[in-house]
Design a protein around this ligand. Structure first.
Ligand code: G1P
Length: 293
């Protein structure tokens, strides 16, 4: 069984749902409290033992590359002002030299196409796919839980994070069918991208974290457009499932769909309430706003 060393972060999306905030700034740089979305998911991947971070970017995304580089002027100023804790924070957030790679998705052809754009950087080994729109608040993180489940399968399997959603939201996601179950892990019997409510095999949706075997790349290379006319990762996974096992993991933790305004705002509230330095004052503000005081 090969270890999971690399993670792909697709960050080419236009972020139209957050205009005008995302006119000149990538949506992945929107902060949840004081860390950009992309930093939150990179944190989760590092905690899970990922060693190499592959970003599939697009036009206007250069600032993401800058974010994961050193900022000498800033460091110098912080040093002069003896802001040691800020310096320490910047240093601990920085991925090691040579552990990040950036490639571009030249046209917005879909998530499956974005993943395919990273094929040369991943090579012939299994990898994690982490969608920065989705935050999962839990320790250990969602990806760490999945890697544990992957190891427990003792095979070169594909593993997908899943969670239940109410019936009226099912059509927005990829949905899986449930087979033999052991603990929090089950064999996936079926997958479908953005089904109608009545066609969905369950209420378990794909949450934006995947462990995939490299054979997915050849399939993505020949994948035709699916839901919304886009090249869908789910459609290539359906083909891969004919020859390889797929497991679903019901992870622990609360997920936030930060691709939607409400999900993003809820994530900010939840992450702020989890911070010892902010929570007491913030809770007061919230209670006042809600008229509880
Ligand atoms: C993508 C996947 C979908 C998954 C979702 C999770 O959809 O195609 O299967 O459920 O992410 O957020 P998107 O949100 O890009 O439409």
């Amino acid at each position: 069984m090969k270890p999971i060393r690399k993670a792909i972060f697709p960050v080419a999306g236009l972020g139209t749902r957050f205009l005008p905030a995302t006119k000149a700034m990538p949506k992945e740089m929107l902060p949840v409290v004081d860390r950009p979305l992309i930093q939150h998911v990179v944190d989760e991947a590092r905690e899970a033992g990922i060693e190499h971070f592959i970003f599939v970017t697009g036009r206007n995304k250069g600032v993401i590359e800058d974010h994961f580089d050193r900022q000498f002027e800033l460091e110098l100023t912080l040093k002069e002002r003896r802001k040691h804790s800020d310096l320490k924070l910047l240093a601990s957030d920085l991925p090691g030299p040579g552990t990040t790679s950036f490639t571009r998705q030249q046209s917005p052809l879909g998530l499956g196409h974005a993943v395919w754009c990273a094929r040369e950087l991943v090579g012939n080994e299994p990898f994690a796919l982490v969608l920065p729109d989705v935050l999962v608040q839990h320790s250990p993180g969602c990806l760490a839980q999945m890697i544990e489940a992957y190891r427990a399968t003792k095979q070169n399997a594909n593993v997908i994070a899943v969670e239940e959603v109410p019936a009226d939201r099912i059509h927005q996601y990829g949905v899986v069918g449930v087979g033999k179950t052991k603990g929090n892990t089950f064999a996936i019997t079926q997958m479908v991208e953005k089904p109608k409510r009545e066609d969905a095999p369950s209420n378990l949706i794909i949450t934006g974290r995947y462990i995939l075997q490299p054979e997915i790349f050849d399939l993505l290379g020949t994948q035709e457009g699916g839901a919304g006319g886009e090249i869908q990762i789910t459609d290539a996974m359906i083909r891969l499932a004919k020859t390889q096992p797929f497991y679903g993991v019901k992870f622990e933790g609360r997920s936030f769909d930060c691709g939607s305004k409400v999900g993003f705002l809820a994530a900010n509230v939840a992450y702020a309430l989890a911070r010892d330095d902010i929570a007491p004052a913030f809770r007061k503000e919230i209670e006042e706003l809600l008229g509880k005081k």
